[in-house]
Unconditional design. Sequence first.
Lengths: 229, 128
Amino acid sequence: MIIDDDFDILRYADSILGSKGHEVIVNSDPRKALDTLASHNVDLLVVDIVMPECSGFDVLRAVKKLKHLHCPILMLTGKSAREDVRMALSLGATDYMVKPFDRDVFLSKVESIVGMQASAPEVKFAAASPNSHAEVTVPALITGITEMGFTMRTLSYVDRNVRLKTATTLFKEVGIECPPLRAVSCRPLDDDAEYHYEVFVSFIGLDEFSMKKIRRWIAGSAIQKRKAS
Amino acid sequence: MISELERLKREYAAGLPEKAAALATEARGVVKRLERGQAPAHGKVEKLAHKLAGSSGTYGFMVVSALARLLEDAIAGGEFDKRAPEDAAGWLKLWLDAFEAHAARAARQEPDADVDDVLRPLGTRRAA
């Protein structure tokens, strides 16, 4: 279900998800959406924050009281301030995207979140339940970065949906503040003696400006590599 | 045959002049109030700018989105209250010129200008 008072956003998001076979319910009135959710379950809620009379934060608070509803929640909003991201996460949001949003990043986020719910991890060494608000620090080697997130190698298994903290200079090099992070997937590595798992970590709440900096940094890094070789 | 998203984008572009005009009209009202030494009363401008910033950029009109976001941030950051009214009105007129020109360009679906080049004269962190 997508809750947003902007019909242009509802139509766009509906079209993106519908084209991939997802059944989408759109609702421009958060109060009516909450009425529907009182007696229905959904796989995912996509929620705007700035809406008249009932904000996305109000929706998060109300959803917490609906005991039958255990769906992940993706915030999709024009609010990009770090305190808004923190507030949403503290109220139970799973992930956070800033408008304007990219079609592919949106689709990828939605499918990673929905997929996360659909399949349980096979092995667990250091794990937390998928709906917990744990934050863990793990020693890791970052091997790749995209505007969606980064790939890292770790010694221990990282459960999906766990929030992570890093102490890396990478974000300083890119020129952005380290955003909140969420583990999306973790797979065992067969051929790396030093690290045992490869984890994809998603950025939470990056705005277009920060994504642009990442794209520029990636392009610059590729040029440097070409020069070096 | 055009894709569904392309069709939506064209429809959005067709409706953009009306949305841009609504925001520009409200912004002109703020200019007038500032010039008369009245309180800017920019609540409606902020809401319209917020909505347009999110939707226009999502449909690929990044300059219109960045200009709308710039205005929203300026209001939310208290710029209209901190600056002298004539300075604030002068800045908003500059913003209006840029916004109307680029909204018209977007409605014609002409290629976007460079966002940083557009924002630089208006003084913004994004242009840094």
